[in-house]
Design a protein around this ligand. Structure first.
Ligand SMILES: NC(=O)c1ccc[n+]([C@@H]2O[C@H](COP(=O)([O-])OP(=O)(O)OC[C@H]3O[C@@H](n4cnc5c(N)ncnc54)[C@H](OP(=O)(O)O)[C@@H]3O)[C@@H](O)[C@H]2O)c1
Length: 256
């Protein structure tokens, strides 16, 4: 097993890609704390983690709030004793409209969850990792953090910000023997991408099927990726197999 005896914290571990990562980590031997707002989803994933013989810890919280992030980290440290791996996976797509139609509240919420939430989790977890001189942090960006996407300025800005945060924290944490890397998934199969494509179709007036074809055709492999493919990359970045890597932005996007 590649993560035998490790202790991980995965934000947004109750659904989608975060759920796949939490289960992949458990399969590889790690106990996993998962934090998000929907308790029922968390409880269901914890059942899956425990059926793999590992400890699961559900924590109901919103990562946009500083006090709640402190509670997530305190509870994980209290229950697990340490955090070896942090995955900042929580994210929201935000509005699909041109910037002239974006109100400040929408903008601020996307930045608060996707970027500030990740920074707060890094800040709190790094305090423990620095004391122990060990740890791996994995941020979840997006291919929207590699290019522009018309109609999605808050989301795109949040993901470019996350890439910059990754490069900077790798510089700050490296001397403490802590690695900070980032995964950019492309369109990933699941309910979330269906909602995103429908919102784009509505905003542009294009048929949904045309939007979907565009997403698929952009990738040389002519398909979306699966949450499990993204999770495999997270296992690699969490494990000793990537011990020489930090400050890297890896794309899991079928090439698109
Ligand atoms: N799906 C894609 O095609 C795709 C592509 C590129 C990047 N990504 C990124 O990958 C990550 C996961 O996406 P996904 O596709 O798995 O989406 P998802 O199924 O919508 O999952 C998002 C997760 O984030 C959690 N979350 C949302 N707001 C939160 C908050 N304020 N505090 C704590 N947790 C919160 C959600 O849980 P609760 O609702 O329970 O809080 C959920 O567990 C996101 O950062 C997304 O931007 C996705």
């Amino acid at each position: 097993m590649r993560l035998e005896g490790k202790k991980a914290l995965v934000t947004g571990g109750g659904a989608g890609i975060g759920k796949a990562i939490a289960l992949a980590f458990a399969r590889e031997g790690s106990d996993v704390a998962i934090a998000s707002r929907n308790r029922a989803n968390l409880d269901q994933v914890v059942q899956g983690i425990e059926s793999l013989g590992r400890r699961g810890l559900p924590i109901t919280a919103d990562v946009a709030y500083e006090g709640q992030v402190r509670d997530i980290v305190d509870e994980t440290l209290e229950e697990f004793g340490r955090i070896d791996i942090l995955v900042n996976n929580s994210g929201i797509p935000g509005a699909t409209r041109d910037v002239t139609q974006i109100d400040l509240e929408d903008w601020a919420r996307v930045l608060a969850v996707n970027l500030t939430g990740a920074m707060l989790c890094c800040r709190e977890v790094l305090k423990d990792m620095i004391l122990r001189r060990a740890g791996s942090i994995i941020n979840r960006s997006s291919m929207a953090g590699r290019r522009g996407v018309a109609g999605r300025s808050p989301y795109v800005a949040s993901k470019w910000g996350l890439n910059g945060l990754t490069h900077t924290l790798a510089l700050e944490a490296g001397p403490h023997n802590i690695r900070v890397n980032c995964i950019c998934p492309g369109a990933t199969e699941g309910e979330r991408i269906e909602r995103v494509m429908r919102a784009l179709a509505e905003a542009t007036g294009e048929p949904y099927e045309k939007v979907k074809r565009r997403y698929i055709n952009r990738a040389p492999l002519k398909r979306m990726v699966t949450p499990e493919e993204v999770a495999e990359c997270a296992v690699f970045l969490a494990s000793e197999e990537s011990s020489g890597m930090t400050g890297q932005i890896l794309e899991v996007s079928a090439g698109g």
